[in-house]
Design a protein around this ligand. Structure first.
Ligand code: M6R
Length: 593
């Protein structure tokens, strides 16, 4: 999704700082980019449909300036073109924007009637024009911003330059993240914390409808009525993020390999000193809804299974984009769990804001600390998997599964349905070794990748928890290989989709549940009878073409089952020479609806 970077500093290297920040934002996914800076008291703008590297080649590196803003755009309103790329200049205002201005067509009409013309198809240019419209009335930028906030519907993180006020940046925020960091050299503004945490000592987070005037020596904060407010300065405590692939060809592979440590660390942190027993007791609630998108939704399906089958608590899982417009039945006995790697996903965040108006309790299972969702929920469990750079999630997803295991076990132990010394807990503790075993020899996953490339159709099948895991395998393959694959509950195939099965089909099936082994095997017979090739991921002794995972309890098994699927998707992407870490059209955190 779109990324914002801006700076005002003493060193006159603002262009370089913005380009470096845009490079760090690249992982979010984008299709064009641009920069605006002050040069000889004039605002210069350079944009390209290409990558940040190309942008940096278009900018004269000899220019010294202390103020610049930049943007990576993920197209929403209007195609991925240079004209539509940000920054946009209208009158005195030069603007970069993340989010969506929902009433931009109405605003555009009003502005056209007031003599404005537009070069791009974007809602952002309309936002810039509206700011200019109010600014021109009395040349008061404060009035312009407060009027803008009153009139605009939608989401926005905005940084703007005003050509008449050359030593300040102005930032405005609603429903789209924005952070202002400071260091000895000056101020850096970005749309996410990781982008500036490597450069800044302190930072300020803006709440919705707040805005700021950023100068080199002073940052002033205001509410939507234009009244000055005090904001708490926060300190970066954790080590700055590193953006190195180390010895790996891609961040995705590095992050898959890191799962040995991310999972061990997370689980051991909670098991040490019985910390997991301090987690919220899910058995106290009469209703549990889990809300998420994409892979986080797939992880939630596993959570539902654990809560229901192991803890006996009825649970529903919803796609956030559906939940936000659905009638809810929540009261004080309800728990709504929000699962998100980024903690910024627009639909998930909107659902959280909606349920905040009810008596339900909210719990976040979040990776990025201090992200919008993590700050708004009643309680948060961090998945502690570190920064995830590849667009396709791997280590954050398995950490979400581990948190669901811990939450279930915590409830069982607290309610005396399981002993603290039970073998399943020891098994969870040792997960790192099992993950390591699966990662040791990658040649078999590379062989499967060749079979996938040679097949015309790919199906993923599974029952119960295997189905949830296969959904994640299917999503991973789609995301990074652009292969059109399908995923079904194994028993559902014969109700329609089996008509697609033929000799050009490869069926990848998960079969790890003893109670359902034979059922899934029968479904596989149905597809082999129609000429399909099959590949099983199973914990049952199997012929050598299949992938064997260690036989473990339900708290560990799903985590082990997904790892071969991650690697299969990865190696297929490599074979097809895809842009593994930044697949086409995708964004790391989806901050628009
Ligand atoms: O940051 P979130 O976990 O809320 O993101 C949700 C989805 O957008 C995300 O899981 C997406 O499906 C990933 N690209 C999957 O790899």
């Amino acid at each position: 999704m779109c990324g914002i970077m801006g700076t005002i500093n003493k060193n006159n290297d603002a262009i370089q700082k913005v380009i470096e920040g845009l490079e760090r934002l690249e992982y979010r996914g984008y299709d064009s980019c641009g920069i605006a800076y002050l040069d000889n008291l004039e605002i210069e703008t350079i944009k390209t449909k290409g990558r940040v590297k190309e942008l940096s080649q278009l900018v004269d590196s000899n220019i010294k300036t202390n103020i610049a803003i930049g943007h990576t755009r993920w197209a929403t309103h209007g195609g991925a073109t240079t004209i539509n790329a940000h920054p946009h200049t209208v009158g005195s205002i030069t603007i970069v924007h993340n989010g969506i201005i929902e009433n931009y067509l109405t605003l555009k009409e009003k502005l056209i009637n007031n003599g404005y013309t537009f070069k791009s198809e974007t809602d952002t240019e309309v936002a810039g024009a509206l700011l200019d419209f109010y600014y021109q009335k009395n040349k008061d930028i404060k009035d312009a911003i407060t009027n803008f906030i009153k009139e605009v519907k939608g989401s926005y993180a905005i940084v703007l330059l005003c050509k008449d006020i050359k030593d300040k940046l102005f930032v405005i925020k609603k429903d789209s993240p924005l952070v202002i960091g400071t260091n000895q050299e000056g101020v850096l503004i970005a749309s996410d914390i990781p982008t500036i945490s490597c450069e800044c000592e302190d930072y300020y987070l803006l709440n919705d409808l707040e805005w700021a005037i950023v100068g080199l020596d002073k940052i002033s904060f205001f509410n939507n009525n234009g009244e000055e407010i005090i904001k708490e300065r926060q300190v970066f405590k954790d080590a700055a993020l590193t953006y190195s692939k180390e010895k790996y060809d891609h961040f995705m592979l590095k992050e898959i390999m890191e799962q040995v440590t991310t999972l061990s660390k997370l689980i051991n942190y909670y098991l040490e000193d019985d910390r997991y027993l301090n987690l919220i007791d899910i058995s106290k609630f009469k209703r549990i809804d889990i809300v998420a998108c994409g892979s986080a939704y797939n992880a939630s399906l596993v959570g539902k299974y654990l809560f229901e089958e192991e803890a006996g608590i009825e649970t529903e899982v919803y796609l956030a984009s559906e939940y936000r417009y659905k009638k809810n039945f929540l009261d004080k006995d309800s728990l709504v769990i929000f699962v998100s790697q980024s903690g910024e996903t627009a639909d998930t965040l909107a659902c959280l804001k909606k349920i905040k108006e009810t008596d339900a309790k909210s719990l976040g299972i979040i990776n990025v600390e201090k992200s919008s969702i993590s700050l708004l929920v009643d309680e948060v469990i961090y998945t502690k998997s570190g920064s995830e750079i590849a667009v396709a999630t791997t280590k954050a997803y398995t950490s979400q599964l581990a948190v669901f295991s811990l939450l279930t076990l915590s409830s069982l132990v607290k309610n005396r349905k399981l002993d603290k010394t039970d073998a399943v807990i020891t098994e969870l503790k040792n997960i790192g070794n099992d993950v390591q075993t699966l990662l040791k020899d990658t040649s078999k996953y590379q062989e499967v990748a060749k079979k996938i490339v040679a097949s015309k159709k790919i199906f993923f099948l599974g029952r119960s928890i295997d189905y949830a895991i296969m959904k994640e395998g299917d999503l991973k393959l789609k995301e990074i290989t652009y292969i059109s694959s399908e995923c079904y509950a194994a028993g559902e195939l014969k109700h329609g989709p089996i008509s697609l099965i033929d000799k050009d089909t490869l069926v990848i099936a998960g079969n790890t549940n003893k109670l359902l082994y034979e059922k899934t095997e029968s479904n596989l017979c149905e597809v082999t009878a129609r000429g399909a090739n099959t590949l099983l991921i199973t914990n049952k002794n199997t012929d050598s073409d299949n992938i064997l995972i260690p036989e473990k309890s339900i708290y560990v098994s799903p985590i082990l089952e997904v790892i071969p699927l991650q690697l299969i998707a990865y190696y297929t992407g490599v074979l097809l020479e895809r842009d593994i870490d930044k697949p086409r059209n995708l964004a790391k955190s989806v901050t628009v609806e």
